[in-house]
Design a protein around this ligand. Structure first.
Ligand SMILES: [Zn+2]
Length: 248
């Protein structure tokens, strides 16, 4: 299918669906300069497996190495700015087309771009907490030291580490997926479970991801390219029309 035809098809799917949810992954943030954790990128993540570095075991075994390696990556996330993909999704929500965004990203860029309803299924980088007394701190506290003021125990970020249970937002996301007519997957290769199972709950799936995904075969429409162009073309075709969630 030609690009123009695919865009038209996606716009028709959007107009014909009364409950649309977006699922984003690392690919949504690559244009903000945040490297994909799993892609064959340069730098840090060539040398280390995320499963080994960003895990509960790694934190407990060797907090110094855990924070040395992870803080570098997290600080990059915190400094990043939203890109055209985040802004386009915020605009789609504002115009009433989206119920909200389920994201695997911890960078908070959807909120920075203006999205109101975001479910962060892998946690976030706004805060950290004590592993014992649960006292909460700002995330920047970790750059000073990672021991609790109250009880002296180890602090941990409020991101989901390998070995952690899924957070409340994940179960909320499962609930909001009920009755979803169109799941728009943006920049996720749909390989990390349980999030990769969410598309099963949607009547139809549309995929915008640079690399192929396991859902490409059964998706209603697939774009193997950068999401910012696709989403901005969709916005342009929708013109001034508003969707089912629009409020004056
Ligand atoms: Zn404590």
């Amino acid at each position: 299918m030609q690009y123009r035809e695919s865009i038209k098809l996606l716009v028709d799917l959007i107009k014909g669906s009364s409950k649309i949810i977006v699922l984003t992954g690392a690919g949504a943030s690559t244009e903000s300069g945040i490297p994909d954790f799993r892609s064959r990128n340069t730098g840090l993540w060539n040398k280390y497996k995320p499963e080994e570095v960003a895990s509960v075991d790694a934190l407990k075994k060797d907090p110094e190495t855990f924070y040395k390696l992870n803080l570098q990556w997290w600080q990059g996330c915190l400094k990043a700015q939203p890109n055209r993909t985040h802004y386009a999704l915020a605009e789609l929500e504002k115009r009433g087309w989206l119920l909200g965004v389920i994201t695997q990203n911890i960078d908070g860029l959807h909120q920075k771009a203006g999205s109101q309803r975001v479910w962060e299924v892998h946690g976030h980088l706004r805060s950290c907490r004590c592993t014992q007394c649960k006292k909460e701190y700002d995330i920047n506290r970790l750059t000073e030291n990672y021991w609790c003021d109250s009880c002296g125990s180890l602090l941990r970020p409020n991101v989901v580490l390998f070995g952690d249970p899924m957070p409340e937002d994940y179960y909320t996301a499962e609930k909001v997926m009920s009755g979803c007519q169109l799941l728009l997957v943006v920049g996720s290769s749909l390989q990390v479970y349980p999030v990769a199972g969410l598309p099963y709950m949607a009547r139809q799936v549309a995929v915008i991801n640079r690399d192929p995904t396991p859902w490409d075969e059964s998706a209603a429409v697939v774009f193997n390219q950068t999401s910012s162009r696709v989403l901005n073309d969709v916005l342009e075709l929708l013109k001034d029309e508003t969707g089912p969630y629009y409020v004056e």
